[in-house]
Ligand binder design. Structure first.
Ligand SMILES: Nc1ncnc2c1ncn2[C@@H]1O[C@H](COP(=O)(O)OP(=O)(O)OP(=O)(O)O)[C@@H](O)[C@H]1O
Ligand SMILES: [Mg+2]
Length: 453
């Protein structure tokens, strides 16, 4: 988002900047704008209702519409006015704030404040046209989330009606630019997709180390799919593709999906299927209104299958997604025509073969415990700049061999294995300290959690 009023340092409002900004200029001394407006409006209503209807055009944007946040952000753009009248008219007296917090590398949390026009009436001047803005909460109508319905109404002269096209184009452009280089992760709040925190910097694909060729296979498949839209359309096949990533915790499934989304320039729309309250209806509804250019990520897909069994037993599904709910969401009538879905699970054995059907899940990949190849790659990512000849890498790998930790090297009745997350943890603990990493390699042996005797 453009953040005209978010200070560079982060935690303080740049009040000066705010006041100098005519869009925001508090208008603390000009309390009469509202009254003047109301007066003008009453006059207009009384004397020339007809003319008003003839001469003005307005556009109503509902809170539910994707354009709603774009237009709000667009309204917050600084638009310096030169003429006296424009300066006075376009002051905004009512603001609302959206605060986002994030942790900084060296210190407490950082907050950024994003100011937007508050509820009520405002005027903006854009190019040659004045646009009256009315942001309203409708207390009577409730959305399905229980929140009051909200609308934004833009009004301008009939003669200037074409300005709306420019407004929407510019607002959309702004929204796109604000997220450039970032991956937006949407999560579910009630019945809506909302961005989860501040958009994150794209995670480079190279930072996720999967076994040899695995990453390339999935990335190529997804790219191929994206390039074939017309092919699907011509054949009347729904343009959908599903992937299932399964394997033990901490193997990089979620990280990979996030990095892939960044690579393809997509957002991630994430639903945790094990969460209480995500019901079949809700899932179906959410999939019909996915944020544009987003990959659907259904985490913990196995919970839908567990629920089936639970339901069989007592006839109640416990307020979560059922097996049939998941299948319908993936390719039933309610499923959108276009989408890429990723499912993840730690328990492939709980899944049902019905899931593995073209259009539901087209590609299944196991993302497993760490292999020798992955450990070597990760070593290079962490210590490549200090371990020029790779001698220490070989020592580290030899040590892991000795401990019998690689899934591709040791096979046995009860092999011990380790996760890439654990290796990352070890390296993070021993930043710049190769000896430390080698000495502590034993810590990679998974701990068994056992009750004390
Ligand atoms: N293969 C990997 N390459 C790079 N980083 C990894 C890899 N595997 C795990 N990590 C790191 O470990 C952490 C956990 O990884 P992630 O959440 O992607 O695992 P996951 O497979 O989704 O686990 P779960 O099944 O529990 O959801 C992240 O910080 C991630 O960066
Ligand atoms: Mg995960």
């Amino acid at each position: 988002m453009s953040e005209p009023a978010a200070s560079a340092a982060g935690s303080l409002l740049d009040v000066n900047g705010l006041l100098e900004n005519p869009v925001f200029a508090g208008g603390f001394g000009l309390a009469s704008l509202g009254a003047a407006l109301a007066f003008a409006r009453r006059g207009a209503l009384a004397s020339a209702g007809l003319i008003r209807r003839r001469l003005l055009v307005n556009v109503e944007i509902s809170r539910q519409d994707p354009a709603y946040p774009w237009i709000l952000a667009w309204l917050s753009e600084p638009r310096p006015q030169t003429s006296f009248l424009a300066k006075r008219l376009t002051r905004i007296n009512k603001l609302s704030v959206t605060t986002a917090t994030s942790t900084t590398p060296n210190g407490p949390t950082q907050a950024s404040f994003f100011l937007q026009p508050g509820y009520g009436r405002h005027i903006v001047k854009y190019k040659h046209a004045y646009i009256a803005v009315n942001r309203e909460k409708q207390s009577t109508a409730k959305t399905n989330t229980g929140e009051p319905h909200e609308t934004l109404e833009l009004t301008t002269l009939y003669a200037h009606r074409h300005i709306f096209e420019d407004v929407f184009t510019e607002a959309r452009g702004l929204a796109l630019r604000a997220n450039e280089g970032k991956t937006v992760v949407y999560s579910v709040r009630n019945f809506d997709w909302v961005p989860l925190g501040i958009p994150r910097r794209k995670r480079p694909l190279a930072s996720v180390v999967l076994d040899k060729g695995v990453k390339e296979d999935i990335v190529n498949d997804a790219r191929d799919f994206l390039a074939r839209r017309q092919w699907y359309v011509d054949r009347g096949i729904p343009y959908r593709r599903g992937y299932l990533l399964y394997g033990p915790p901490g193997s990089g499934k979620s990280s990979f999906i996030q990095a892939l989304a960044g690579e393809l320039d997509y957002s991630v729309a994430m639903i945790n299927l094990s969460e209480i309250g995500v019901t079949d209806d809700k899932l179906a509804f959410l999939l019909t209104k996915l944020p544009e250019r987003s990959i659907v990520l259904l985490e913990d897909a196995d919970s839908a299958f567990v629920n089936r069994r639970r339901r069989d037993a007592d006839g109640y599904s416990g307020g979560t997604v059922t097996f049939s709910g998941l299948l319908n969401a993936l390719d039933g009538l309610s499923a959108g025509e276009e989408r890429i879905a990723f499912l993840t699970t730690n328990h492939i054995e709980l899944l049902d073969p019905a899931l593995i059907r073209p259009g539901r899940v087209d590609m299944m990949v196991r993302i497993g415990e760490a292999t020798r190849y992955q450990a070597a790659q990760m070593w290079d990512r962490f210590y490549g700049d200090v371990d020029h000849d790779g001698v220490n890498r070989e020592r580290f790998l030899a040590r892991l061999d000795e401990l019998g930790l690689f899934r591709d090297v040791v096979e046995g009745a009860n092999p011990i294995r380790t996760s890439t997350a654990a290796i990352q943890g070890l390296f993070l603990f021993n930043k710049n300290d190769m000896e430390g990493a080698i000495n502590m390699a034993e810590g990679l042996i998974p701990q068994k959690l056992e009750a004390e005797p």
